[in-house]
Design a protein around this ligand. Structure first.
Ligand code: NAD
Ligand code: TDX
Length: 339
């Protein structure tokens, strides 16, 4: 991998940020380029420990900006792209769907056009289990890679659309690709609008925790570092053109998750507040990861060990999530990339 250049889009976000740190530390001879627009979800303060390492580079740019992205690829001649950049929050996609289509669909297509021009070795498109729609509560049913795509939210519909365009560039132009579809992630640097970091930060501040509907919806949780390891494996070993589901069989109802956090922090369940349900709220997600396991992946965290580690991390890193909640992190100024 010496002299190899990897472009990571969305590397100032939650999963992309963890992946950038994982790659910079694991492969010191690989040049890691973090390209991110720094939307509300992008934060560079998380990279303080790696920002001065010689193999880490940051590029502030918008993936939908064709005039910047194409020449950037032609100049840097990246070997690999791992594409995380997206609008990622389902609730926001219900109130403002347009930016989801622009970033997630158009942005992906611009990256594919740029990749097609430079003889890229692999484009890994980081997608989500939400593209499959929802499962009912029968615990013997799972999403496999051949489950039909039936997205229900503007977010998941935009992700499914981006999956289809990635597939099309493989079939039509022969672009080497993989698509990964992971279940819900949690762990360090998770933006506190999502259920787990929202609950931890609210409970620590003795604030109410909003649980949608009756709290019976099920999500399949995976620690973000297990997701990073899965993407690293797919990047190196994934069979060209294939889709890989990522998940560790950790199904929990939302209420179970919230109660676990409250109990671990020694607080009262009276902090739970049942609120109006999310529109089109998917009942259950559950991943069958057999195909990825056959490639050699297995998760290192159980839900119990992962949530304990995550709660400890939020206790030890109040500086991070407090400046996210206050908006202070957005003062970290970086100039837009120009050629
Ligand atoms: P996130 O919202 O934390 O981060 C997204 C990042 O993309 C931010 O840094 C943001 O600034 C950047 N970005 C947004 N628009 C951009 C644009 N136009 N140009 C350049 N950068 C832009 O998201 P996340 O939770 O880390 O998710 C990363 C990816 O993984 C997404 O594609 C998401 O669909 C997928 N995914 C997430 C989960 C999960 O549980 N969070 C699970 C499976 C898959
Ligand atoms: O305040 C809340 N109360 C609540 O009950 C929030 C924010 C969420 N919920 C529920 C809704 C979901 O059933 O908790 C569950 C998890 O919600 P989110 O954290 O918003 O995640 P989800 O909608 O499942 O989507 C996440 O996982 C898949 C990511 O945001 C997506 O980017 C990823 O693709």
């Amino acid at each position: 991998m010496a002299n190899t250049k990897i472009l990571v889009t969305g590397g100032a976000g939650f999963i992309g940020g963890n992946f950038v740190q994982y790659m910079v530390n694991k492969y010191p001879s690989v040049e890691v380029y973090n390209l991110d627009l720094l939307t509300y979800a992008g934060d560079l303060t998380k990279h303080r420990e790696i920002e001065n390492k010689g193999n880490y580079h940051f590029i502030k740019a918008d993936i939908t900006d064709r005039e910047t992205i194409i020449p950037l690829f032609e100049k840097e001649l990246f070997d690999y792209v791992v594409h995380f950049a997206a609008e990622s929050h389902v609730d926001r996609s219900i109130t403002d769907p347009e930016v989801f289509v622009r970033t997630n669909v158009l942005g992906t297509q611009v990256l594919l056009d740029a990749s097609k021009k430079i003889g890229l070795k692999k484009f890994v498109h980081v997608s989500t289990d939400e593209v499959y729609g929802e499962l009912d509560f029968d615990p013997t049913t799972f999403f496999t890679e051949t489950t039909p795509l039936q997205p229900n939210s503007p977010y998941s519909a935009s992700k499914a659309s981006s999956d289809m365009i990635v597939r099309a560039y493989h079939k039509t132009f022969g672009l080497p690709i993989n698509i990964t579809r992971c279940s819900n992630n949690y762990g360090p640097f998770h933006f506190p609008e999502k259920l787990i970091p929202l609950t931890i930060s609210r409970v620590l501040n003795e604030e109410k925790v909003p649980v949608y509907g009756d709290g019976g919806n099920i999500r399949d949780w995976l620690h973000v570092l297990d997701h990073c390891a899965a993407i690293d494996l797919v990047l190196h070993e994934g069979i060209n053109g294939e889709v890989y589901n990522v998940g560790g069989h950790n199904e929990r109802t939302n209420l179970e998750v919230v109660k676990t956090i409250i109990k671990t922090l020694g607080k009262s369940e009276e902090l739970i507040e049942f609120v109006k349900d999310r529109l089109g709220h998917d009942k259950r997600y559950a991943i069958d990861p057999t195909k990825l396991e056959q490639l050699g992946w297995k998760p290192t965290y159980t839900f119990e060990s992962g949530i304990a580690q995550t709660i400890d991390w939020y206790l030890d890193n109040k500086w991070w999530w407090e400046q996210i909640i206050s908006g202070e992190y957005q003062k970290y100024f970086v100039k837009q990339y120009s050629l």
